[in-house]
Each structure stands twice: as C-alpha cells, then as structure tokens.
Write a protein that binds this ligand. Structure first.
Ligand code: GDP
Ligand code: MN
Length: 397
C-alpha cells in the first residue's frame, strides 16, 4: 500500500523526524481555513499516489489566502499521470538552502535493505542519477546487523552528506530505519531532505523532510491495526456529484442555509456572514453548502445551482449573493425564476444584488411577485434574514 505524502509525513513525525507543519484539505473552504492556520507563505501540494507532482504543476507556493484558494482550485481537479488528486496538503513553506535525497528500500532478492542517497536531491533526481550515476551512493543495511548511531554516522559520511550535516543526517537515517522496521515498510523515501533556514544565521539551519514517500508491505497488514487510518476516506456526496457534473464548485456543509454566490471569496464571506448571524440570533443556524457560480454565469447556470441547493432536504432557506461584474444580475434573476418555475419550491430565498445590472435584476424579481423571494440591499442584512428564515418553525414570510 502506497501512502499519500500527508500520511507518510505522519509516520516520519512519529519517529521524531522534522517535517514542516501541514494540514490535509479537500475543498477551497478547508484550504482557506488550513492556510490561515499554517500562515503565509505556504505550499499547496497535490496529494496523489505518484511522484513528480512538482513537474506536473501539483506543488504551488501561496503568499496569501487568495493565492492558496486559487492554487487549490487548480490542483484539486487534476489527474497526475493517471492518478486523481484526492486532496491537497497545505504546508508551511520553508526557505530551502539545499536538497538531499535519501531512501531505504527492501531488496527482496538479497533479503537486505538498500540505502540510496545523493547530495543532489530534488525534482530532477532521476535525471541527475542517469547523467551522473557516480553522484548516487548505494549502501546496505543487513537484516542481521545492528544499525546504530555509529553505523548511521559512517553511512551519512560515505553517502555524501556535507560535513556540517553529518550528525543530523545520521539521526535522520536512524529514524528512517526505525520507521521502516516499525511499520513493515518496503520503501521510505525523503526527497527533498532539505537543509532549511536563514542563510546568514547558522543556528537556524537544519535538515527537514519536505516530501516523503512510504510504501507498506500489504502482507504485514494483519499486525497493523493502525493502518485502518490510511484507508481512503473519499466518500461520494450526491449533491457534490451532481454539482460536479455541471462543472460547479460546490461543497456540502452541515447547516441549514443554502449559499450561492459568484467568486470563491464572496461565497466564503457569505458563509461567514450566515454563521455570524446564526450565532448572533442565538439559533446556531449555519450554511448548508458552498456554491460558487463563477464569473459570467448564465441564467441556466444559476437555475441549475438553485435546483441543486433547493433539492437538499437540509436546506431551510437560501441566500443568493451576487456582485455583478462579468456576471450580470438580470441573468441571475432570470435563472432564479426559471428554477422556481420548474421546482414549485416553497423555501424562502433571500437575494442581494450589487454591481452589473443589479437594478434590472431586482426589477425582474419584483415583477415576478413571488412571496418566497426576498431582497435585501446589503450582505449582512441578507445573511441575517436568511438565517432567521432558516430557524426551525419559522414561517416562510
Ligand atoms: P514531488 O515533485 O512530487 O517530488 O513534490 P515535492 O514535495 O518534492 O516538491 C517538489 C519541489 O518543490 C521540491 O523539490 C522543492 O524544491 C519544492 N518545495 C516543496 N516544498 C517546499 C517548501 O516548503 N519551500 C520551498 N522553497 N520549496 C519547496
Ligand atoms: Mn519530492
């Protein structure tokens, strides 16, 4: 069983190997939250069971929340060399001074363990190994021999670690070996094992695992109850599936107020406004979903979006928040009416329009004279009204 990077890092951390703090996330909302926790700059890394993610565009640096969200929106839908991305790791970005490569793998034929290392680690390691095979050192750990700190130190010296890094490298090698044995691994690879820190301050420099690849021996599963935690948790949510088929950015959440808006940032603020209103009103009402109709959405996209949200039995009210730019509010208004015509729905919808064609949009809604449609002129007021209308036992008007 091949582990995802974020899982492999867990196993390294359990042995005390330094890895930058990271949080696994599966949608833009989780990414925004994780990135704020990690701090900026951070790296957004595709979690996929294959290597060369960097070269495929699956590793990106983000300097603020907007960039983190944008990068994750590019990475999450990716398929890298036939592997669907299952999520992203949002990790602290480090200042990299040097990149080493180290791996321990099982050599089934000789029944011992290969240690491979090179001082030229990083994304090009395979090309470098091909062109300069002498730069890659190979040693063995025998199954019968003791591999202790002295042996690790000798090994670190002979596999090409710079003098200043030998002590730390020995420590990492020993811990990798422990990780390998304790977990019945067939491969433990760190690339890059990076030297990080401030180039002008010796005391800040240290070795740190920026990426890890671990394969576990499936034959040993019977003695590792803890491997259950590595089982794929990607579940299918019917609403998320439907939204995906229509190319919509939708995330199912646990609350009662459906939220639809244009632009990830605006939808995110709308979610916050709804949660805030629910708290303030004492009902604890929360958003039922994230749905971004994107830029330049047509009446049809809006109508599909509203149908998906209204078909969710969890939803008690809907908040539509559109700041018209490329998206014109009159188009959105027509979409809302089209969906309501089709669905014969009776859940209240609170609409806030601003920007391009806002007045035209509001006029279309007013002319339709549908008692379930409410309009509000600010995001806060609209969110508060939607939250109130979602309270249990509330009438629709
Ligand atoms: P891979 O391409 O699948 O092996 O993905 P990696 O996790 O190894 O990332 C690819 C490359 O991105 C690394 O070799 C680093 O050069 C770079 N990288 C990854 N994390 C960081 C980081 O925290 N800081 C910096 N500066 N570079 C990073
Ligand atoms: Mn790597």
């Amino acid at each position: 069983m091949d582990l995802y990077e974020y899982q492999a890092r867990q196993l390294l951390e359990e042995q005390g190997i330094d890895t930058p703090h990271g949080i696994f996330a599966q949608n833009s909302h989780e990414v925004a939250e994780a990135a704020d926790k990690i701090g900026y700059p951070c790296v957004i890394k595709a979690q996929v069971r294959t290597g060369h993610r960097g070269q495929a565009g699956g590793v990106k640096l983000a300097k603020d929340q907007d960039e983190a969200i944008l990068s994750s929106e590019q990475i999450l839908p990716m398929t890298i060399r036939g592997h669907k991305v299952s999520g992203v790791l949002v990790a602290e970005a480090k200042n990299v001074l040097h990149e080493y490569y180290v791996s321990i793998s099982l050599d089934r034929s000789s029944r011992d363990f290969d240690v491979l290392a090179t001082a030229n680690g990083g994304t090009e390691v395979e090309e470098i190994a091909k062109e300069h095979p002498e730069s890659v050192k190979r040693l063995h750990i025998s199954a019968l021999e003791d591999f202790d700190i002295e042996a690790a130190r000798k090994m670190a010296e002979s596999i090409g670690f710079y003098h200043a890094d030998v002590d730390q490298a020995a420590d990492v090698l020993l811990k990798m070996w422990k990780c390998f044995k304790d977990n019945d691994a067939t491969l433990v690879e760190i690339n890059p094992l990076a030297k990080i820190g401030d180039p002008d301050d010796e005391s800040t420099k240290k070795l740190c695992a920026l990426d890890a690849k671990i394969s576990l021996d499936d034959n040993a599963a019977f003695r590792h109850d803890d491997w259950k935690r590595f089982a794929d948790t990607s579940h299918t949510d019917l609403f998320e599936e439907r939204a995906k088929q229509h190319g919509l950015h939708y995330v199912h959440l646990k609350g009662e107020v459906g939220v639809i808006g244009n632009g990830a940032g605006l939808v995110m603020s709308s979610l916050d406004a709804v949660s805030g209103a629910g708290e303030e009103q004492g009902s604890g009402v929360k958003p039922a979903n994230f749905l971004d109709i994107g830029g330049g959405a047509s009446a049809e996209v809006m109508s599909t979006s509203l149908s998906i949200v209204l078909s969710d039995p969890q939803v008690e009210s809907v908040f539509v928040n559109v700041y018209g730019g490329i998206t014109a509010c009159d188009e959105v208004a027509r979409g809302i009416l089209a969906a309501l015509d089709e669905l014969n729905a009776s859940k209240p919808i609170v609409v806030r329009f601003d920007g391009n064609a806002a007045q035209e949009g509001l006029k279309i809604l007013k002319d339709a004279d549908n008692p379930n449609i409410h309009v509000s002129d600010t995001m806060e007021k609209a969110a508060a009204q939607a939250a109130r209308l979602a309270e249990p036992g509330k009438e629709t008007n």
